[in-house]
Design a protein around this ligand. Sequence first.
Ligand code: NAG
Ligand code: NAG
Ligand code: NAG
Ligand code: NAG
Ligand code: NAG
Ligand code: NAG
Ligand code: NAG
Length: 470
Amino acid sequence: MHPNEDESVLIHKPAKMKDRLGFRIVLCSAVFIILTQNRALADFDSESHEFNSEESVGEEEWEMVERKGMQFTQNGQPFYVNGFNTYWMMVLAADNSTRGKVTEVFQQASAVGMTVGRTWAFNDGQWRALQKSPSVYDEEVFKALDFVVSEARKYKIRLILSLVNNWDAYGGKAQYVKWGNASGLNLTSDDDFFTNPTLRNFYQSHVRTVLNRVNTYTNITYKNDPTIFAWELMNEPRCPSDPSGDKLQSWIQEMAAFVKSIDAKHLVEIGLEGFYGPSAPARTRYNPNSYAAQVGTDFIRNNQALGVDFATVHVYPDTWISPCRISPAVSNSFLEFTSSWMQSHVEDAEMYLGMPVLFTEFGVSAHDPGFNTSFRDMMLNTVYKMTLNSTRKGGAGAGSLVWQVFPQGAEFMDDGYAVYLTRAHTASKIISLQSKRLAIFNSLCSWRCKWGCKKKNHTALDALLSHDEL
Ligand SMILES: *[C@@H]1O[C@H](CO)[C@@H](O)[C@H](O)[C@H]1NC(C)=O
Ligand SMILES: *[C@@H]1O[C@H](CO)[C@@H](O)[C@H](O)[C@H]1NC(C)=O
Ligand SMILES: *[C@@H]1O[C@H](CO)[C@@H](O)[C@H](O)[C@H]1NC(C)=O
Ligand SMILES: *[C@@H]1O[C@H](CO)[C@@H](O)[C@H](O)[C@H]1NC(C)=O
Ligand SMILES: *[C@@H]1O[C@H](CO)[C@@H](O)[C@H](O)[C@H]1NC(C)=O
Ligand SMILES: *[C@@H]1O[C@H](CO)[C@@H](O)[C@H](O)[C@H]1NC(C)=O
Ligand SMILES: *[C@@H]1O[C@H](CO)[C@@H](O)[C@H](O)[C@H]1NC(C)=O
């Protein structure tokens, strides 16, 4: 399961990449015409430019990522995603002594070809809070978020910004309920976050504030900034007090429309983990456990809400499937779950949703009994292989974001899932290879050509992509 020699050659020698392109040009003359006009290719091809070099995307090409049917596009090219999570960027940027860690993350992620990061644009009422109390912001922390966004742009990385947490970490819905209580409401459940009109207003006010923020480093208003890939309504929303799903559905409908009313340009997603609920009883068999259908989320129905542009899925066999330990006896079933969970959601996105699906979190915790890095590498390979299985057929699988990329020196923020690219050499190579494969799609084919090309010589396209078999 390790990358072979050829792959490491590819990473370091652009000339080798040229051969591949040559092969592809012969294979599809329609691509060639577009290729010769493609600046990205010229850079890709040149000895003097590293893969994903800063120069390969000019200022004029830094445009909003859009959605066309089941694919993301940027500047008329497909935009398949190899990305990462690093949740603490704003928090560490808020302190001069740790701010450099944010730059290091972007540097290291971009060096392995990653183009999208996902992070928190919330911190409610906690340590280094962004929102200290409803509608009261810490300007220094907001400047830290500005820094994160402006630094991302420097490394040609786009951001998915999540707007609130389902969980208590960094405040979340529980903090909103506390604020509600403090303002005289008599709330009984954290899920009142979804239904109480005052709390809905608190949330909308936060959304309005973030989207209308003028970045103090760039002067670009967040809602106009192409650096932002998408707004995420909430990290992992669940509403277990209402297994019917109606409460959460109503919240999603209101909030997706609300975000769009302020910012019609950016993509919007919900932040779901992907559990099947009551609207799709036949698909609940794909859930990792029976509890998953009881948490008030409903993957297909939720994503059909107006204003939602793409679906998200998280992949955590290690915590979702008991026993929560990794062993040779269960490792295959964890990987099989990963494949079937991803495959079923790609099918949903194609058959019922007509939108891209992004696997926005996946990983394995080093705290799991039985953990070793080769199992983590197998997870990486499995997830990447499944996204490619869709990508190469022009399907809805738009990419994945590993949870999570860390620089050295940030160990105190590690939840067990951190991948330290500077020391996890095999993982880095696997990630880098995935970036290269997706870059082939992103830079060689126009959105239209690709599918025509695919029809012409399906076998050859498949051969190209499975050349470095995982
Ligand atoms: C952090 O650094 C900036 C500029 O480098 C400086 O203006 C600011 O005062 C510093 N903040 C603290 C708390 O040291
Ligand atoms: C708050 O709600 C509880 C239970 O719903 C009730 O017993 C209590 O009287 C209420 N308090 C106020 C101040 O409304
Ligand atoms: C406030 O909200 C919580 C729900 O998180 C509830 O359990 C609690 O009883 C409420 N009242 C007070 C005074 O905190
Ligand atoms: C932002 O705008 C202010 C006021 O117009 C200007 O002084 C400043 O130079 C601008 N900064 C950038 C980075 O463009
Ligand atoms: C790592 O863990 C997996 C799953 O338990 C196991 O199959 C594999 O043999 C382990 N590899 C090493 C090198 O320990
Ligand atoms: C790859 O995708 C096809 C559908 O396009 C599906 O039939 C097949 O099972 C997928 N492969 C794996 C390993 O899931
Ligand atoms: C498709 O590509 C394969 C491998 O390059 C080649 O052998 C075959 O002739 C091609 N078929 C067509 C119809 O071009």
